[in-house]
Design a protein. Structure first.
Length: 669
């Protein structure tokens, strides 16, 4: 029997359209679900909508329609977004489903029968926005301690769940179950609160006279259920009615409830004590992730800065996978992060377009050109024996295979960004491996055929393995890599249920080179802040006379007669970083390569005399330095709008590049 894995997201309020916060949790849950399926687990991944409560009732009233109509209008927007973001949920729950309502009422009745629910008068400070009462000591200056909105004095009869009596049991449970609340800092927060404050009982009803949009209490028709009691039950009710065959025995307790930090208490305290009272096992882990700000500010409707995932994926053409990658790579899961278009573009360009995208493209171009478009023929025995000759081959291969052993640990500790960092550095290792063996040189020597095949086979096999690693985060990209390598992979099968084996890529497989995996995002808005900040704070880098002029339009200063120039003269030279977008040889020239470079919002054509040192495919994606204010000149009839900097004297030794990831167009001084 396969291991089961049950993962949930919060169910989202339908008071408004989905935003980046909703997308964040759902993408993270999807990545975990996809990974566990690759490992062969029997997965149930649940998401859905929280459709009752005051917020939804108010939103419907504002729209001038009935609450149910409002929910029916918004539900497709969430479903459509999940399709767009490639979310592979197995269930989608709506709390207005009859099946769900029945379970909520059954639980309420059970607790009532066990006398764990009682009726009492309650007077307190009520926050409409948070839909909860606060005590006198919580409220300062008449404001809700949570959302800082004004609270109202309310007095009403309500039903209460005897939550307080579970305080000690809950403390013991958290203490004895290390992984129950994660990350550690959040666990300590919850423990701290439980150990210092008396846990009260929980009001689980709202009088219909005040709020009618909810599930009626089974034992008093004048009341509806408090929205949080209703919502939390979704994690169990879904297992009962979303499939003809109930799934409770198979999937409960849940393995992971992913939630945002703001709703940890409701999960760790309300839900846990509700389960204790119902005599049901508690989930294995509740993980609370951080929040996204936008350009350094809290995201809110009133600020008008709510990030719409549709717009990001469509308008900025970064693609679904780049967005998914960004969300999980940018900040450690559990920490807060800041979203900006610049950060998204930088991350996509540096890690994806210049990383794995460029690696696939250059590998396939070389296979196309030198091996008739088929995976080259090379015996695995030769590869084995070549290890000594090519230490980097062994390195790339071993490191790539080694990651498989760490996957479970990285996923179990929700270290998505470490995982992606590992994957990105593996792609870099393969890139370096290619650079060091210079297949473009090997291709010129018929005696080096076996070596050439070994290098290209290794690169292609590394890419095949990389596609398995990236699949949970970037499923479309993984599929595209496999397809372009000529493979027919069944991604629905448990591809990681067995150890990854080296050498499964069959020689002779016809590759199917397609379009670039990640077209570079051209920043619509300049990353002005980061650009000037980093340029201003970095030490001036002297451009010495060892930087030669590869394009022949300017003479190389003679080393024997160093000419001294004043700082003013030097300051006239505008040096900037640029990223190579395309590179091609100038016909009939051994030396000249025509480059299209990105200067950050501006594209330039540069003809550079670097063709003896570099093959065009080596250059795409590289971050170089150019003289940006050189008068345009024509070389072999082609206009060159600047000059690249390279080290070397008569011959080009190497292009000048920038270690740090600065945006194209950044001033160099
Ligand atoms: N309906 C409740 C959850 C009930 S679960 C039984 C709810 N819904 S919500 O739509 O308001 O929020 C859902 C999730 O979105 C929460 O986990 C919350 O943390 C998350 N986010 C809302 N804004 C966010 C950011 N700015 N950044 C990251 N996540 C954020 O609460």
């Amino acid at each position: 029997m396969p291991k089961t894995f049950y993962i949930t997201t919060p169910i989202y309020y339908v008071n408004d359209v989905p935003h980046i916060g909703h997308a964040y949790t759902t993408v993270a849950a999807d990545v975990l679900a996809r990974y566990r399926r690759l490992r062969g687990d029997d997965v149930f991944f649940l998401t859905g909508l929280d459709e009752h409560g005051q917020k939804v009732q108010q939103a419907a009233a504002k729209a001038g329609i009935a609450p149910q109509d409002h929910c029916d209008r918004l539900a497709p927007q969430f479903k459509k977004l999940w399709l767009k973001l490639n979310i592979s949920n197995n269930g989608f729950i709506r709390t207005t489903d009859t099946g769900h309502k029945r379970v909520v009422q059954r639980y309420l009745q059970q607790l009532h029968d066990k006398q764990l629910i009682y009726k009492a008068d309650y007077t307190g400070w009520y926050c409409t926005f948070d839909e909860r009462f606060w005590t006198e000591k919580d409220v300062a200056d008449g404001l809700c301690p949570d959302c800082k909105r004004p609270v109202d004095r309310l007095s009403e009869h309500n039903y209460f769940f005897k939550m307080g009596q579970y305080q000690d049991r809950l403390i013991d449970y958290i203490k004895s179950h290390e992984n129950f609340i994660r990350p550690e800092s959040r666990r300590n927060e919850v423990l701290g609160f439980l150990q210092t404050q008396k846990l009260g009982d929980l009001s689980i009803s709202r009088p219909k006279s005040r709020l009618s949009w909810g599930i009626e209490l089974p034992f008093d028709q004048d009341y509806v259920t408090y929205v949080w009691f209703d919502a939390l039950v979704n994690y169990m009710s879904a297992l009962e009615y979303l499939r003809p065959e109930p799934l409770v025995a198979r999937f409960w307790p849940a393995d992971v409830h992913l939630v945002g930090k703001d709703i940890l208490t409701t999960h760790a305290v309300y839900w846990s004590t509700m389960l204790m009272a119902l005599e049901l096992p508690l989930p294995q882990t509740i993980f609370a992730h951080g929040w996204w700000t936008v350009n350094g500010e809290k995201m809110s409707k009133s600020r008008g800065n709510v990030v719409d995932p549709y717009a990001i994926v469509d308008e900025y053409e970064c693609g679904v996978d780049a967005f998914r990658y960004f969300l999980l790579r940018e900040v450690p899961f559990g920490h807060d992060g800041d979203f900006s278009i610049q950060a998204l573009s930088r991350r996509t360009n540096s890690d994806l377009a210049n990383g794995i995208g460029n690696l696939l493209s250059r590998t396939l171009t070389m296979i196309d050109r030198n091996c008739d478009g088929a995976i080259p023929d090379v015996s695995q025995d030769y590869i084995e024996s070549a290890h000594q000759k090519y230490p980097l081959l062994l390195n790339a291969k071993q490191q790539l295979l080694a990651l498989e052993k760490h996957l479970d640990g990285l996923y179990a500790s929700f270290e998505f960004n470490d995982l992606l960092l590992n994957i990105a550095s593996l792609a870099t290792i393969v890139d370096i491996f290619i650079d060091q063996h210079e297949p473009w040189r090997l291709a010129k020597d018929p005696g080096k055929r076996t070596e050439l095949n070994t290098v290209l086979y290794t690169a292609a096999e590394c890419l095949r393995i990389l596609s398995l690693y990236i699949y949970p985060v970037m499923p479309n990209t993984a599929k595209s890599i496999a397809e372009q390598l000529g493979l027919d992979v069944n991604w629905g099968s448990p591809l990681l249920s067995q150890e990854i084996k080296w050498g499964e890529l069959q020689c002779g497989t016809k590759i199917r080179k397609g379009s670039a995996l990640f077209p570079r995002i051209e920043s619509k808005t300049q990353g002005a802040k980061t650009v000037s900040d980093s340029a201003a704070s970095s030490q001036p880098t002297p451009v010495t006379s060892t930087a030669s002029t590869p394009a022949p339009q300017a003479p190389t200063p003679a080393p024997s007669a160093p000419v001294q120039i004043s700082i003013d003269e030097f300051m006239k030279v505008q040096l900037k970083t640029a990223t190579v977008l395309t590179a091609e040889r100038v016909p009939k020239s051994e030396k000249l390569i025509k480059l299209q470079v990105d200067l950050g919002g501006e594209q330039r054509q540069i003809v550079a005399g670097i063709g003896k040192r570099y093959e065009p495919e080596q250059l795409v994606g590289k971050r170089i330095v150019i003289v940006a204010n050189l008068k345009p000149a024509k070389l072999m009839g082609i206009e060159s709008q600047g000059m690249v900097l390279a080290a070397g004297d008569k011959d080009v030794g190497g292009l000048v590049t920038v270690i740090e990831e600065v945006p194209p167009g950044t001033k160099v001084k």
